[in-house]
Design a protein around this ligand. Structure first.
Ligand code: GLN
Length: 495
């Protein structure tokens, strides 16, 4: 049995655990061995076998007693941006290296309450700022220095970012599922690049409590797994109001996001924004998206041409707003309350300056500088306020579009995963590649990426966007596609 454990997705494994065909300890042991065997990928930054096995033993006791919650014994791994009591949390940054939180993030707690066992913490770009996972500044498990995560489909390529460790771990079957966060695409883009399924829910669905903050008006947590069915199970556990701890969490009861899986797609109107299939999209990516749309038509959906006229503006708008919020959020890293503190300093101001100089990486410093600039007196109106106005227009464009369609589809990214180092420290090249995920983020809409084919041997994700709180409809559309195709079941060679 145990040889097949890593081939099982969340739903299948949960069933085997409930049926006592596999024990939680067996599942945990098997995945821990795989993590060790494939540590060259650099996907994990913290593992504690004793902690994982202790949780698995407790899960087995619950399973033996009967009535255990749905995910009992299912091993999952967390992006290292969620704080955890049992394992250190670095958010990919030297400034937090070795930091241990006194509490668990709400998402982590909720998954634990649903029975999940924690396999470890996953590499990510520093403070979730990045598109390639090359911005990580802390060592991966098995390394004594920071290393970029490798894409399991081709080790010379990036896995995407900022949830690159999460995507790589799921693609390589090191974990049946992982958590991720998406501020401007960090669940959807790495899911696309690694051939896995990921969903970012509507802003406010999942509590941000205990998610190290990047841009608070955009940050959302979500699951990454092999299938929409698995994502629905995990998302149901992760979401729900958290009024005492996150004032922006939506005041809506938790939902069973699996409840519409299997509904017919007959008559579903899928909007295809013309801006999402323009010249900037690689021909191989466009071909995959076109084939996926044709598949949807076979399933009964109807294609509708729509426009999202401010798509290009989403790049400057996002990189102003996200940087502004980051510059404020990151002011808490001052060497006083937690994390790294410089050793030699003259006075308090010098201590702040040296701590931040030593602790933050280049991309983080760049964003702090941009953010401070756009918020400063004299520039606030010209940049920050203007960006907020355009953000509203982008959200309104979506509402216009949703008058004509039920879902929106297009590529998650203009290309497949690029080569490690290919953007050679050119941050703008990374920023431009976010063009198709940023609009949905700015509007706060739910979005997914599902495996839809390959271009030159690398996975291509189809992005699906829904209107507010329409995660169930989105997950069902993804599920129906996955029942009709097998792209999501493809595994990279050697895994
Ligand atoms: N690539 C985007 C950025 O660097 C998105 C990151 C994210 O969603 N966390 O900001």
């Amino acid at each position: 049995m145990s040889a097949a454990i890593h081939q099982m997705g969340v739903a299948e494994l949960a069933k085997a655990l409930q049926g006592r065909k596999v024990s939680a300890v067996e599942a945990a042991r098997h995945q821990l061995d795989r993590i060790d065997q494939h540590k060259d990928l650099g996907a994990f930054v913290a593992v504690d076998e004793e902690l994982t096995l202790a949780q698995a033993r407790a899960a087995d006791e619950k399973l033996a007693a009967g009535n255990a919650p749905a995910l009992t014994g299912v091993p999952i791994a967390h992006k290292d941006i969620f704080v955890t009591t049992g394992l250190p949390t670095s958010a990919g940054s030297r400034i937090l290296a070795g930091y241990r939180s006194p509490f668990d993030a709400t998402v982590v707690r909720r998954l634990a309450e649903a029975g999940a066992v924690t396999l470890g913490k996953l590499s990510c770009d520093e403070f979730a700022m990045g598109s390639s996972n090359e911005n990580v500044a802390v060592p991966a498990v098995g390394f004594d220095k920071a290393v970029p995560v490798r894409n399991p489909w081709n080790r010379d390529r990036i896995p995407g970012g900022s949830s690159g460790g999460s995507a790589a771990a799921v693609a390589a079957r090191l974990a049946p599922a992982a958590t991720g966060t998406d501020t401007g695409g960090s669940i959807r883009q790495p899911a696309s690049f690694c051939g896995v399924t990921g969903i970012k829910p509507t802003y406010g669905r999942a509590s941000r409590y205990g998610m190290v903050a990047f841009a608070s008006s955009l940050d959302q947590a979500g699951p990454m797994a092999r299938s929409a069915e698995d994502c629905a199970l995990l998302l149901s556990a992760m979401c729900g109001p958290d009024p005492d701890r996150d004032s922006t969490s939506l005041d809506r009861p938790s939902e069973d996001f699996s409840r519409h899986l299997g509904d017919s797609l007959e008559g579903l109107r899928i909007g295809v924004p013309k801006e999402f299939l323009g010249d900037g999209v690689a021909p191989g990516v466009r071909a995959v998206v076109e084939a996926a749309l044709a598949e949807y038509e076979k399933l009964g959906a109807r294609r509708v041409e729509i426009t999202l006229p401010r798509t290009e503006l989403s790049i400057p708008v996002y990189y102003i707003i996200a940087a502004a919020e980051a510059s404020s959020n990151l002011s808490r890293f001052d060497g006083v309350k937690f994390g790294h503190r410089a050793k030699d300093y003259r006075d308090l101001a010098d201590m702040y300056a040296k701590t931040r100089e030593e602790g933050f990486g280049d991309e983080v410093k760049r964003r702090i500088m941009i953010g401070t600039y756009v918020l400063s007196h004299g520039y606030y109106d010209a940049y920050y306020l203007q960006a907020q106005k355009v953000r509203r227009m982008i959200a309104d464009d979506f509402q216009q579009a949703f008058k004509q369609c039920d879902l929106i589809a297009g590529p998650a990214a203009p290309t497949v995963a690029w080569k490690l180092g290919e953007h050679g420290g050119d941050p703008v090249a990374d920023y431009l590649a976010d063009i198709f995920t940023l609009p949905g983020s700015l509007a706060g809409l739910p979005g997914m990426s599902i495996p839809a084919g390959f271009d030159g041997g690398m996975p291509v994700g189809l992005q699906l966007l829904g209107n507010y709180c329409e995660e169930s409809r989105l997950l069902n559309a993804a599920h129906r596609f996955q029942q009709a195709t097998d792209w999501h079941q493809r595994t990279p060679a050697g895994f």
